[in-house]
Design a protein around this ligand. Sequence first.
Ligand SMILES: Cc1cc2nc3c(=O)[nH]c(=O)nc-3n(C[C@H](O)[C@H](O)[C@H](O)COP(=O)(O)OP(=O)(O)OC[C@H]3O[C@@H](n4cnc5c(N)ncnc54)[C@H](O)[C@@H]3O)c2cc1C
Length: 491
Amino acid sequence: MDICLWGLGGRIVVPEDPGYNEARQGYNRAIQHYPLIINYCRNKEDVAKAVNWARRYRIPLRIRSGGHNYEGYSNGSGTLVVDISEMHGLSLDEEGGFLTLEGGVTNRQVYEFVSARGYPFAGGTCPTVGVSGYATGGGWGLSCRYLGLGCDSLEEIELVNGEGRLIKANRRRNPELFWACRGAGGGNFGVIVSMVFRLPPKTDNVTLIEIDYLQATTERQEIFLATWQQWLKEADPRITLISRIYNSANDGLAMLVRGIFYGEADEAKVLMEPFTGLEGAEYSFQYLPFLEAVTIIGSNYPDSEKFQSVSRFVLRNFNGEEIAELVKLIGQRPPGSLFAGLSMYALGGKVREMGRDQTAFFYRQADYIIWLETIWEENRFAVANRSWINRRFPALASVTTGSYVNFPYSRLPNYLEEYYGNHAALLKEIKKKYDPCNIFTFPQGLKSRGRKQSKPAVLTDLEAEETKAQPADDRTYRRFRYVKDHAGAGR
Ligand SMILES: Cc1cc2nc3c(=O)[nH]c(=O)nc-3n(C[C@H](O)[C@H](O)[C@H](O)COP(=O)(O)OP(=O)(O)OC[C@H]3O[C@@H](n4cnc5c(N)ncnc54)[C@H](O)[C@@H]3O)c2cc1C
């Protein structure tokens, strides 16, 4: 297919280029897309040119920052990928209390930048996730019960709209758009080229909490889940935890807890007694600088994985029978799966203090997010792993409510209602107002017109070929499991 690149700025990568195969990859390598052009924009002008170009040539456009969307929605076969990862400027206004960052900045870049000046940041766990993708979907992180969701400290965004024009949104200018960009997820309204966050109070050290339970049993996983939901009811808002029950090729049945406490280790130990008292607990409480804590958490992520997952919100306690059913979900891994897990991401605290309608993030009242996943390596197992999730979805959905847009699932029925609850209708209106020509689309996007997005036909043969050809031996699944050999680790 001949395409005219005239009118685009920045750096351009097309299928003929040697770097194309790497450049088209996102974090989830189970998803393979073949874009027509990847356009690395260096500034707002390049972004505006890309949007104008896509409109002129009627080429579907995708916005990519960190490339971590679980379902690969920042990419698409036959599309122009507007990649803003090279736009990663940061600046601090300490007097005013604001942090400004460009749209391509990652969690790691923010953490390093603000920590050097004594501040924490309500970012996510994975260092290479893009902050604009993260915060527009709400943004859960290990500081959220203390500092709020990532989007809660957002003060302003600057976005290139479907006409290629730069617009600002804050509480006074374009307030509906600003509301929508705090919870509706990225990719819907335009390319966010910069964001302003309110700075949190300076923090010296935090306590990093790590607990592992190896050689567990189904029964111990059930006790763990019961402990988790009980603990969360009364939990100190200075602690945020992620916990996980899992079944892996290496460990068999096991559990873990990771967390950050904005306070000293001795106090954290007391607050965590319900967990450290469980059979088989190996734990470590380290009082260290915020940057070190998030760096240790982040070091557990590989560069990429192949996985399928589905997320749900939990709004009530489960009874014993329901807990047993949940644990059963991961009792047997699908063929080729190296890791099957059910993770719990604590909400409450500061997240719940914000009114449900103050931002587009609908599930403020949820106790936690629950996330079912399976990870595999060899492509021949992809179908089995995907249908494993699909078969378990009804059981999980029957005891939970709605899904987290930052942890999307492509086979979700009624995805708009699931992601946005009662906010869906208003979000559709905002989409019509700010993107009336539907320039910004992806399979689970908001649509300003009724027409369904169909997958572009171009390059599908190539796609099939490449899927077969992917290497099977890249052992890249998460190490998010062991208490490392820290001094002071206890049993
Ligand atoms: C390993 C891993 C760990 C994660 N951990 C967490 C976590 O701790 N907490 C959490 O909340 N989430 C987490 N996530 C999910 C992550 O926050 C979302 O996938 C997020 O949307 C990724 O943003 P990105 O920029 O990296 O991804 P991308 O794939 O580049 O973008 C994600 C979506 O946002 C859109 N988008 C990106 N940038 C912009 C922009 N500048 N303007 C407009 N639209 C944009 C894209 O089009 C796409 O629809 C994790 C994901 C992975 C893979």
